[in-house]
Design a protein around this ligand. Structure first.
Ligand code: SAM
Ligand code: SF4
Ligand code: SF4
Length: 340
């Protein structure tokens, strides 16, 4: 059964953060070395995640993406994948990973029934990767991508956050790399989400600018027309290569946003920019039945009016959403807690 919010958007897409921890420190997400982590005992068990996914599936969710933090840090993740892959109503089960641990885990995830992988890859240059992430593990990410190819695993995507002065000279190289590896590259505009304390508008490379740069090299680019509510606008180059742009900052897609987010400790957020969420762990652990959970999930969704990125766009003086002091007090405001 479909439930729609105040803007007629269905509840269809659930992003599940399985851990808030990460083995990288990307400048645009976790620029600090130390963070306040969620208490381990608060993390949902795989059985609890599975039970919540059943509840959401009853309410119309058919797409699930595992994310984090770094989801591959969650011990025994293939077991969760197996639980979720066994649900026929979840017709799309994907993961977003930084790829560092992918080479060693890809086969187990594939065999557990994970449908698709998206690897975040912002640069092809090891030194730049080190500067951007504070870790020297670029080669392992590329090995992870190769392992996905070796398995013949279809549907690989490579997501690159484009930051002016950091990696914006690599757009064409990344497209060429995607072509070589059979992956669709998607450029993401730098967002001023929680965690992105170094964000400023002048570091954002807009969709318009990305298109102009790519067109300068490849010639005329045509949009690919599709009906999906996926955040990426897709484009095709004269040689047939397809790439995407997620223009969350300069041309947000809130109007068709069917996504909500579950944190590793069971908080449910209706928008990446939402300041507050709904605790599902409490009622679940107190023994609430699936129907009882539905009886407050449904009205919460029906009241949803979030248009976070569109509201940010309307601001004249735009600075990072949350300042570091506030983030330290409430880790739930962090992108790495909420899952991107
Ligand atoms: N650690 C995993 C990874 O990096 O793929 C999954 C979690 S990460 C928060 C999910 C996605 O959010 C990544 O593709 C990352 O590049 C993106 N992201 C993080 N901070 C961002 C920002 N400030 N603007 C745009 N995208 C961002
Ligand atoms: Fe980077 Fe993802 Fe870790 Fe954030 S959660 S620091 S984007 S690898
Ligand atoms: Fe959806 Fe919020 Fe992102 Fe808009 S800002 S697309 S409503 S998650």
């Amino acid at each position: 059964m479909t439930h729609v919010d105040t803007l007629g958007r269905p509840l269809r897409n659930l992003r599940i953060s399985v851990t808030d921890r990460c083995n990288l420190r990307c400048q645009y997400c976790m620029p600090e070395e130390e963070y306040v982590w969620l208490p381990r005992e608060d993390l949902l068990t795989f059985e609890e995640v599975s039970a919540l996914v059943d509840v959401f599936a009853d309410l119309g969710v058919d797409k699930v993406r595992l994310t984090g933090g770094e989801p591959l840090l969650r011990r025994d993740l293939p077991r969760l994948v197996r639980l979720l892959a066994a649900k026929p109503r979840i017709r799309d089960l994907a993961i977003t990973t930084n790829g560092v641990l992918l080479a060693e885990q890809a086969r187990a995830l594939y065999e557990a029934g994970l449908h698709r992988v998206t690897v975040s890859l912002d640069t092809l240059r090891p030194e730049r990767f080190k500067a951007l992430t504070r870790r020297d593990t670029h080669a392992r990410v590329l090995e992870g991508i190769q392992e996905v190819q070796r398995l013949g695993w279809k549907g690989l995507k490579l997501d690159s956050v484009v930051v002016r002065g950091t990696n914006d000279d690599e757009l064409l190289d990344l497209i060429a790399y995607g072509k070589r590896t059979g992956a669709e590259v998607r450029f993401i505009e730098y967002m001023d989400v929680g965690g992105a304390t170094l964000w400023s508008m002048d570091k954002v490379i807009s969709r318009t600018e990305i298109l102009a740069r790519v067109e300068g090299r490849y010639g005329k680019i045509e949009p690919v027309i599709d009906e999906s509510t996926a955040p990426a606008d897709r484009y095709i180059l004269p040689d047939g290569t397809i790439f995407g742009i997620i223009s969350s900052t300069t041309a947000p897609f809130c109007r068709s946003c069917d996504r909500s987010r579950l944190t590793a400790d069971g908080m449910w957020y209706l928008c990446l920019y939402a300041k507050t969420g709904t605790d599902l762990r409490g009622p679940l652990r107190a023994g609430a039945s699936p129907d009882a959970l539905k009886s407050f999930i449904v009205p919460t969704w029906q009241r949803r009016a979030d248009r976070g990125a569109e509201e940010r766009l309307a601001l004249v003086d735009r600075t990072p959403l949350v300042q570091i002091g506030e983030l330290k007090k409430d880790p739930h405001l962090e992108m790495h807690t909420r899952g991107g």
